[in-house]
Unconditional design. Structure first.
Ligand SMILES: NC(=O)c1ccc[n+]([C@@H]2O[C@H](COP(=O)([O-])OP(=O)(O)OC[C@H]3O[C@@H](n4cnc5c(N)ncnc54)[C@H](OP(=O)(O)O)[C@@H]3O)[C@@H](O)[C@H]2O)c1
Length: 353
C-alpha cells in the first residue's frame, strides 16, 4: 500500500445484489508467506501464516502466481549496503518481513478507486514495498499492467523490475530514443547476462541501437540470444582502454573508475550507473553532471504498459532459469546470491499461463 493511500477499503467486484452469478469465492483469512525477522543468509527465511495484506482504495489484491527473486531481494536480506538497507528496512527490526517485488498473478480484490482492473484479470507488475513471496500481494494499480497471454506468469514476473530499470536507464537517463535517423547509436551494457542486463540488451535493440554486451564468457551465448550485436569478456576485455567509444553505457556493476567511463563515451555520450558503491553513486550525483548519472528506477503504469506490449508481440521474451515453490524460497535466494544464472529465478505457486 502506498504511504499516501486513504483508509483501507475492500470492495469485492460482485455483491449479493449483483446480477452476476460468478461471484469469486471468499478469500481465506490467512496466507502462506516466506518471511524474515533479521538480516542474514537465506537460513533466516521462515515460512509463516500471515493475515491477507490490507488493500487500500487504489490497490489491487493479487493472488500471486509467480514472483521473481532478484538482487534487490538479496540485498534486503543480507543488508547490502548496510547503511542504505537498514535506513529503509529497519536498523535491527525488519519493517517489511516479506520480500519479493516483481510479480504476476490474478486480481482477487480491487480497492474502491481502482479503475483499470477487475477481479479475474491476469496482471503483472512491481510491489513497491515487496510482499511477493506470499500467496497474496497488495499492489497499487499504477504499478500493474495486463499480463499478455503469450507469456507465462513466470516470464511476466521476471519483467517489471529488470525491464523498468533497463528502459528508464536507456531511454530517460541515457536519452536513447527510437525513430532516429542516421547511424545506430552504440550502446555498451555492463553485466549484460544478468536480469537487468539481458532486458537492457533486448530493449536497446528495440530502440534501434547497436548493442555490445559485457559479461563473463559463460554468458555470451545467452547475451547474443537476447539480440546483442557483439560481446566483450569481463575477464579479458577492458572497455576503458579500447579505442571504441559509446553513445550510452548502462552499467549494472559500477566498478570501473568514473573518469575511465567518461573517456569511453562519445562527445555527447551518456554513462548511466544502475549499481555501484554508495560513495561512487554519491560522487556521480554531486559532480557527474547530466552525462554521468545514477539511476533509481520508478515503476509506473505507462512504462509497464509499454513492457506489456513488447511481451505480447514477442520483442521481449524473458528466460526463466528455474522456478522454486514458495516453501523453497531460501534455496531460490541462495541461487541468486551464488550468481552465474542464465535467466530469472522465480518463486511460483502454480505453473503455466
Ligand atoms: N538502480 C536501480 O533502480 C536498480 C534496479 C534494479 C537492480 N539494481 C541493481 O543493479 C545491479 C544488477 O542487478 P541484476 O538483477 O541485473 O543482477 P544480476 O542478475 O546478478 O546480473 C549481474 C550480471 O553482471 C555479471 N557481472 C558480475 N561482475 C561483473 C563485471 N565485473 N563485469 C561485467 N559483468 C559482471 C554477472 O555475472 P555472474 O552472474 O556470473 O556473476 C551477471 O551476469 C544490482 O546491484 C541491483 O541491486 C538497481
Amino acid at each position: 500500500m502506498t504511504a499516501s493511500a486513504p483508509a483501507p477499503i475492500l470492495v469485492p467486484m460482485a455483491t449479493p445484489t449483483d446480477s452476476r452469478t460468478d461471484s469469486p469465492p471468499a478469500l481465506p483469512a490467512t496466507m502462506r508467506a516466506a518471511t524474515y525477522a533479521r538480516y542474514g543468509t537465506p537460513d533466516v527465511i521462515e515460512l509463516r501464516d500471515l493475515p491477507l495484506p490490507t488493500v487500500g482504495a487504489r490497490d489491487v489484491l493479487v493472488r500471486t502466481r509467480a514472483t521473481v527473486v532478484g538482487m534487490g531481494d538479496w540485498r534486503m536480506l543480507t543488508a547490502d549496503p548496510a547503511v542504505a538497507v537498514r535506513l529503509y528496512q529497519g536498523v535491527f527490526t525488519i519493517r517489511r518481513p516479506v520480500l519479493g517485488y516483481g510479480l504476476s498473478g490474478v486480481v482477487e480484490r480491487v480497492g474502491s478507486a481502482v479503475t483499470r482492473f477487475e477481479v479475474g484479470d491476469a496482471v503483472f507488475g512491481e510491489a513497491p514495498q515487496g510482499g511477493g513471496f506470499a500467496e497474496f500481494t497488495a499492489v497499487p494499480e499504477t504499478h500493474l499492467a495486463a499480463k499478455p497471454e503469450r507469456v507465462t506468469h513466470e516470464q511476466a514476473a521476471a519483467t517489471p523490475v529488470a525491464g523498468i530499470t533497463a528502459l528508464q536507464g536507456l531511454r530517460d537517463v541515457g536519452r536513447l530514443a527510437s525513430g532516429r535517423t542516421g547511424p545506430a547509436p552504440r550502446v555498451l551494457v555492463i553485466g549484460a547476462g544478468g536480469a537487468v542486463g539481458s532486458a537492457a540488451v533486448a530493449i536497446a535493440k528495440i530502440l534501434g541501437a547497436h548493442v555490445t554486451g559485457l559479461d563473463g564468457a559463460a554468458k555470451h551465448e545467452f547475451v547474443l540470444a537476447h539480440g546483442a550485436d557483439a560481446v566483450l569478456d569481463r575477464r579479458t576485455d577492458d572497455f576503458t582502454t579500447s579505442c571504441e567509444r559509446w553513445d550510452v553505457i548502462l552499467d549494472m556493476i559500477g566498478s570501473a573508475p568514473v573518469a575511465a567511463c567518461r573517456r569511453a563515451l562519445t562527445p555527447n555520450g551518456r554513462y548511466v550507473a544502475v549499481s555501484g558503491k554508495l560513495r561512487r553513486t554519491a560522487w556521480l550525483s554531486l559532480f557527474g553532471g547530466p552525462r554521468m548519472a545514477g539511476l533509481i528506477a520508478k515503476p509506473n503504469a505507462a512504462d509497464l504498459e509499454l513492457l506489456s506490449g513488447w511481451l505480447a508481440d514477442g520483442r521481449l521474451d524473458p528466460v526463466v532459469a528455474r522456478t522454486y515453490p514458495l516453501e523453497e524460497t531460501a534455496d531460490a535466494l541462495r541461487q541468486v546470491g551464488a550468481g552465474g544464472n542464465l535467466g530469472a529465478i522465480v518463486i511460483g505457486t502454480v505453473s503455466g499461463t
